[in-house]
Each structure stands twice: as structure tokens, then as C-alpha cells.
Design a binder for this molecule. Sequence first.
Ligand SMILES: *Cc1c(COP(=O)(O)O)cnc(C)c1O
Length: 365
Amino acid sequence: MARIFNFSAGPAALPVEVLAEAAEEMLDWHGCGMGVMEMSHRGKEFGTILAAAEADLRALLSVPANYKVLFLQGGATQQFAGIPLNLLAGGSADYLVTGSWSKKAFKEAQRVTAGRGAVRLAGSTEAGGFNRVLESSELDLDRGARYLHLCTNETIHGVEVQDDCAGLPTAVPIVADMSSHILSREIDVSRYGLIYAGAQKNIGPSGLVLLIVREDLLGRAAPDLPTVMDYAVMAENGSMLNTPPTFAIYIAGLVFRWLRNLGGLAAMEARNIAKARRLYDYIDGSGFYENRVAPTARSRMNIPFQLQDETLNDAFLAGAREAGLVQLKGHKSVGGMRASIYNAMPLEGVVALIDYMQDFARRKG
Ligand SMILES: *Cc1c(COP(=O)(O)O)cnc(C)c1O
């Protein structure tokens, strides 16, 4: 078996130890004679899997007791609608737009509140090409907003909020799309009213979205909201109003356990800092490649870079594929390359990428 280094932004590489464990248990989970995909979600085996996944996640993030953890479907994109429908309750919300994902969230919130003027743009970096985070001094915040929405790691533009939103006021609940960096670093969950994340970047398979919500924000949904989108109903039913994405939850649970065994988020963050620093330092010093994000806003997870000579892009990608380095093509809206180096990407993968980049620059430079 030959595993390649997969730099996909998502669905992304999973820890090889987790995949091996799942393969071993595929036909017979813990001696029960069936695999996880075949189990009743109401049975005691799956109950054990779900409870362990939630407990491990709570331990990893030190989730306070007054927060619910929900395992939902529909991806982060469905939550772009679900959040305003659950939290607005006739009020209005502020949105920060710092990249493609927060822009999509803003547009969807406008759509589902059609014409009510319930969604305000409180700050944007679009004019500069989404290459930095917003300073608190440039925000136009409404102190009476029901919530303030932002994306703490813009997967496409490679822009990351580094400081747990330290510059933002505490009175308005912060709603954060953490899809592409949750569990990559330590965070203070109590800073947020609601955290959500699609699983396929840093947690597990697609089909699962994780939501961590402060209890006092529940129960504000309009009475005509579809039941499966109502966070309060989902919380009352322990994410099991209907059949949850059982296999995705199981894999996520294995990933949580893997993280705990590695030493938790402090240890993972140290690894991620080392990986990202190595790649940025090489890019900055190369004179051949460049990253155009403001240094203080550079993502540790998604690292876009351009070749100074863009006519070499196809040759770069073809050579990378031959060297066992795949999914490096940048998002079409940014161009160039992007290396996504989530938790599951080992340092050796980053080193292999840098070796290849060095060699390519030497041959073509
Ligand atoms: C991938 C991604 C999404 C969309 O996730 P889906 O699960 O495809 O809906 C939303 N936000 C961010 C930050 C992402 O990286």
C-alpha cells in the first residue's frame, strides 16, 4: 500500500491510524458481530459510540456545561440558513465578511430573511482581496444585535483569526464558522455563543456538521421552522430526532480519541505551528513562490501560494503529482496553489512538499 500526501481542502486526509482502526472494525465492531454502518442508531452499541464521541470532544475543547453539542447533517452550508432562522427571533444580526465562506454565510442569511433588513454587514475586507483580518477599530457594530457572525478560518483565502476574537465586544454572542480549523488549536469556547464546523476538513467524513451552542440561545426559532433545523428540538433529542449520520459520527469519535492520545489540542497546536512555520518560512525566502496574506492573519491550516511565473502552474502540479503530492491546485477564485495541512497532515508531508518546491524552483528558476 502506498499512501500519498493529500493536500485537499476538503474532504481532506484523515489520520492513517484512524483509517486503520476503522478498517479493522468494519465487519465486526467490538465483537458485536456487525459493523457500525449496520447498527440501529437507537441500539446500545451506537449509544456508546455517540456518548464517547461527545465526551471526548467536550474534554478536548473544555466545553462548558451550559453548552449543547449537536451532531447534525446538511454541512456548514445548511447552517448558513439555520443560524439566522434559529437565532434572530425578530431581531437583527451583524456579519463580518473576510473571505468566500463568510460572504456566502452573509448572503444566505440575507436570503432567508428576505427583505426584513435583519442582516447587517458590519465589516468587510473584500476591497483588498480578502488578504487580512478586520481590526476592531474598522467595525460598524450594532450593540443590540442578536449575534455577530464571522468565519475564523477562511479556507479559500488562507486567512485565520489568531486570538479567539479578542478585539470583539463580549455583549453580543459571537457565532463562528470554524469548519476548517476547529481542533487545530486551543480555543476558549465560552468566548462564543455558537460554534459550527463541517466535519470533512479537520474532523472526519462529510455528511456531519458539529454545532456547539450556548443553552440560552436555544428555543428562539420561529414556529414554522422545519423540525430537523430546529436546534432546540435537536438538543432535546440528543441529535437523534431522526437517524443521524452514524458512520461519520463514529469516525469523528475515533479522530477525537486520536487527538486525546496525542496529548490534546495544546500538543496538536504545537505541531501545527511547526508545520505552518516551516512552509511559510520557505515560501517567504524562496524568491520563487509567494503568499499574499498579511503575516498576522496567515492560516496554519490552508496556505495559498502563487508561483511568481504563473505559466509554470501546470508543470508544477504535474510534477507534484508524480512526487506523490496531490490536490495542490488553488481555488479558482484565488488561482495559484493551496496546501491544506490539517491535523492529519504529518510534518513529513510538509517536508516532502518543501523538498519538491525547492527542487522545482532550482530546475525552473
Ligand atoms: C468547507 C467550508 C464550508 C462549507 O461546508 P459544507 O459542508 O460543504 O457545507 C463552510 N465554511 C467553511 C469555512 C468551509 O471551509
